[in-house]
Design a protein around this ligand. Structure first.
Ligand SMILES: [Zn+2]
Length: 592
């Protein structure tokens, strides 16, 4: 269900029927408290004022308005315009009880101090005039001084035409204020309500670290009405929060009733108080592990019941909030990013999510359906930037074989997005841990695996190309898996011996597929142990050390030459396979 600007003021006090779904809402507690039609019905979010929006988010009695009486002489406005404008302002002041379209102040959310900015659509469409711009800028400046997170509630559309070019200038004014916080670790969270368009959207509102949309809200730059005139009826279910979520521009769509809890959790994780200083945990690295042979590891790594990232997220994280999108073009669901806590330590997660594709009569899962798109690499890159900004450790789970090899993928910047991700990772000034949990392959696994500590679950594999392809190229038959498996050196034991990884994580019983909970527990313990080793390293030292580690990867010693001989052959094959795969998919797409 979506809003229409024409109807947002409908169903005010006294209405008993939801005009969107015609259901009776008189007795609905959700309508009474949150002004929403229940989820059982249509979940329509009715218009409420800026003051009501603030009240629903902050702790009772904690809001203290700032710069309430800010006024201006409006000397820049022509006399004849001024009279009408003055009248309009007075009538909106009377109607809304506000002095201007923006209300700003400080408050607490579940006890956490914040600065809050809210625009009221009921006051001249929530548009940005001189006073609105000034109040917003002052609020950001106060947040920078006090180190308070900023919550901005946007309900705004159009321009303050009465103030002409002065109105336009508020865009750069507010952006300059946001920039004060951009390089600090003060979280900025925007909530986009219906409508959120115009100057607020082309300035401070879309520069926040986390952007949340209310369900069904019309958001974007142009007003829905203008866009509809140009695009006739094509916009029926478009131009909403949900639509922008899918296209990678906003992080979350959250129901009004859940906003307070989610904002409180986000602030807590983004402004963490770490629970230990220099405590080092007991590390049990050299436990005697019993390894399977290469072929057995390969089979287990592909077992249909082997836990995928989402299962580990459920079992090792608390308070996990998934974020979405690359803020450029798309939200690739083969990569999951988000914030949460592992044993009370805040983490930012980047995980490759395997989609299980089975062939009849076997027990093998493959992830060929979720090849990572350039937007997936960019999404991961965005999560890394958040981790660095807020100095939160980053955990990467690796479980994908290939990027998407197609012209579409190339034209959305495949090569560029991979190199950018690798570069960010090598320079990142916050701890990174990575774990290969299934089948990791090619640059896709490499880019996601770069970390201060790279780990593999015992039965996972790490390979430049799939064993089937290697067998086809090297031995002329893709079924000769057993033979090629003994040559390829893709097991966790091989990778540890080659110095590619730092640690192997044990698995329960015959493999993680037999006990998901136990496997998650083993993973969780090791993650916290490894973090304890690097948590207190100076961030610049950490980045430098990581960069040096990868510079030296494959040190050109005699031992390495011997170990590497077969690997080089395989990589040669990988290169040729990559070219031929690309050619095949290119010619296929050209045939269509
Ligand atoms: Zn309804």
């Amino acid at each position: 269900m979506v809003y229409f600007e024409e109807t947002i003021f409908d169903s005010q006090e006294g209405d008993r029927i939801c005009f969107a779904c015609n259901k009776d809402i008189e007795q609905s507690s959700k309508f009474k408290i949150f002004k929403i039609c229940s989820e059982k019905n249509c979940n329509f979010h009715f218009h409420i004022s800026a003051k009501e929006r603030i009240k629903l988010i902050v702790d009772q009695g904690s809001f203290k308005e700032i710069n309430k009486n800010l006024t201006s002489s409006f000397e820049q406005i022509a006399q004849e315009e001024l009279e009408n404008y003055d009248e309009k302002i007075k009538s909106d002041q009377f109607r809304t009880g506000l002095d201007e379209a923006a209300i700003t102040g400080t408050a607490t959310v579940n006890g956490k101090q914040i600065t809050i900015i809210a625009l009221d659509f009921g006051f001249l469409g929530g548009s940005m005039g001189l006073i609105v711009g000034e109040k917003i800028a002052l609020a950001y400046e106060l947040a920078a001084k006090k180190q308070f997170p900023v919550i901005t509630i946007i309900n705004s559309g159009g321009n303050r035409i009465q103030e002409g070019v002065i109105s336009l200038m508020q865009i750069s004014k507010t952006v300059s204020a946001v920039n004060l916080l951009k390089n600090s670790n003060i979280p900025m969270i925007s909530i986009l309500c219906n409508p959120s368009t115009g100057q607020a959207m082309s300035s401070f509102a879309t520069l926040s670290d986390i952007i949340i949309g209310e369900p069904g809200a019309r958001i974007g730059y142009s007003s829905y009405r203008k866009l509809k005139n140009k695009n006739s009826d094509q916009l029926k279910d478009q131009y909403t929060s949900e639509d922008f979520l899918k296209r990678g521009f906003i992080d979350l769509v959250i129901n009004r009733e859940d906003l307070k809890y989610q904002i409180s959790t986000l602030i807590e994780i983004l402004k963490p108080k770490f629970s230990y200083k220099s405590k080092k945990l007991k590390i049990s690295k050299n436990k005697n592990l019993k390894f399977n042979d290469a072929l057995e590891s390969l089979k287990i790594s592909r077992n249909i019941d082997r836990p995928k990232s989402s299962i580990y997220i459920k079992n090792i994280f608390t308070d996990f909030i998934e974020l979405h999108g690359d803020r450029i073009s798309d939200d690739d669901d083969s990569v999951i990013i988000g914030l949460g806590k592992i044993l009370n330590e805040p983490f930012i997660l980047i995980a490759q999510e395997r989609k299980i594709v089975t062939k009849s009569n076997n027990n093998v899962s493959r992830n060929y359906n979720n090849k990572i798109m350039p937007s997936g690499f960019r999404k991961a890159n965005r999560a890394l930037k958040l981790a660095e900004k807020f100095k939160i450790p980053c955990l990467c789970l690796v479980d994908a074989v290939y990027p998407e090899l197609s012209l579409k993928s190339e034209y959305s910047g495949l090569a560029f997005s991979i190199s950018e991700l690798i570069s960010t990772k090598l320079n990142l000034e916050t701890p990174i841990l990575s774990v290969v949990i299934g089948e990791g392959g090619s640059e896709t696994a490499l880019a996601f695996s770069i970390a201060d500590s790279i780990m593999m679950q015992k039965n996972s594999i790490f390979t430049p190309l799939s064993p089937e392809e290697a067998a086809k190229i090297k031995l002329g038959d893709s079924r000769k898996i057993k033979e090629i498996s003994n040559i390829m050196k893709f097991t966790s034991e091989d990778c540890l011996n080659l110095g590619i990884i730092d640690r192997i994580i044990d698995e329960p019983n015959e493999g993680s597929h037999q006990n998901h909970l136990e496997s998650a527990k083993l993973l969780q313990e090791v993650i916290i142990e490894e973090l304890s080793l690097i948590r207190n390293v100076y961030p610049k030292t950490l980045a430098k050390r990581r960069s040096n580690k990868f510079r030296k990867m494959g040190d050109y010693s005699q031992k390495f030459k011997t170990d590497l001989k077969t690997e080089i052959n395989i990589w040669g094959s990988a290169f040729r396979a990559g070219v031929s795969t690309f050619r095949t998919s290119k010619s296929l797409s050209e045939e269509k």
